[in-house]
Design a protein around this ligand. Structure first.
Ligand code: ATR
Length: 264
């Protein structure tokens, strides 16, 4: 039986096993997908398990997406460009790190038919997911990417990695076609970004990476102001699907049942 894992810390709340085991069952595959909480000094051992074929592949989540890199033999372009690995697999006896958060975000935006070409995007936050967002946004031909983060230094690091991004002082906002909340503020229901969204103009797109709770205060505010809103649920499903199709060499598509699995 082929074994898969998602590793992270914390990991209890990960919904990846639900999605993968649903697809595994649905396609009659001889596989199982589990979750495991790890400490940073256990990363090397997990990669050895992959080398020794005890594990067929793993997903990597917070806080190890970057820390896993030194133990891998090869990175795909996506993982290399973002310094972020969420999917690990074996290819010709080499352990490869890949990043499906990029396609997760891109496909989620395409699924809802939002055309980002030539648009301006403002990203709130500069944490682990942001390089993947920037990589995807560039693929979607946006004209401008602006990053604003409480700790400016982290935004500067991103600007160094992705040259044609701009930095805006935290607390200021400028009119943009899309505003993405990539901070962790919103994970708790009462979390509130102390930003004034009232001068952004009309018909903008408020996007939150967070999908639980399904409507953060950021999205609520966006809706109240008459903007289009979307949470990160589809992105999460698509990144999982990307890993699934890679490991199982399949081409399955997103389905409503999978999306609904995340509603609990
Ligand atoms: P990491 O920064 O370790 O990658 P993350 O969860 O990926 O962690 O990112 C958290 C993001 O939310 C960061 O951009 C963080 O801002 P800082 O870089 O200043 O820490 C942002 N964030 C978290 N709490 C915040 C708060 N109370 N106000 C503003 N931004 C916050």
């Amino acid at each position: 039986m082929n074994k898969f894992l998602v590793i992270g810390n914390p990991i209890e709340h990960s919904l990846s096993p639900k999605l993968h085991n649903y697809w595994i069952k649905n396609h009659g595959l001889n596989a199982v997908y589990d979750k495991k909480k790890l400490e940073i000094n256990e990363l090397e051992k997990i990669i050895i398990d992959i080398r020794e074929k005890k594990l067929k592949g793993i997903n990597v989540t917070v806080p190890f997406k970057q820390a896993i890199i030194p133990f891998l033999d090869k990175l795909t372009l996506e993982a290399r460009s973002t310094h972020s690995v969420n999917t690990v697999y074996i290819d010709q006896n080499r352990v490869v790190g890949h990043n499906t958060d990029i396609e997760g975000f891109k496909k989620a935006i395409e699924k809802i038919n939002f055309n980002l070409s030539k648009k301006t995007v403002l990203i709130l936050g500069a944490g682990g997911v942001v390089p993947s967002l920037i990589f995807a946004l560039r693929k979607m031909n946006v004209s401008k990417i602006i990053i604003t983060n409480r700790t400016r230094e982290k935004a500067e690091k991103l600007k160094y990695l992705f040259k044609n991004t701009k930095i805006l002082e935290w607390g200021k906002l400028i009119p943009s076609d899309m505003i993405i909340n990539a901070t962790s503020l919103g994970l708790k229901k009462e979390d509130n970004l102390e930003l004034d969204f009232s001068n952004l103009g009309k018909n903008k797109f408020f996007y939150d990476i967070i999908y639980n709770p399904p409507e953060t205060n950021f999205l609520k505010k966006g809706k109240e102001l008459g903007h289009k809103t979307e949470n990160g649920k589809l992105m999460f499903v698509y990144q999982a699907l990307g890993a699934f199709n890679l490991w199982h060499k399949s081409k399955i598509k997103i389905d409503d049942h999978a999306i609904n699995l995340l509603n609990k």
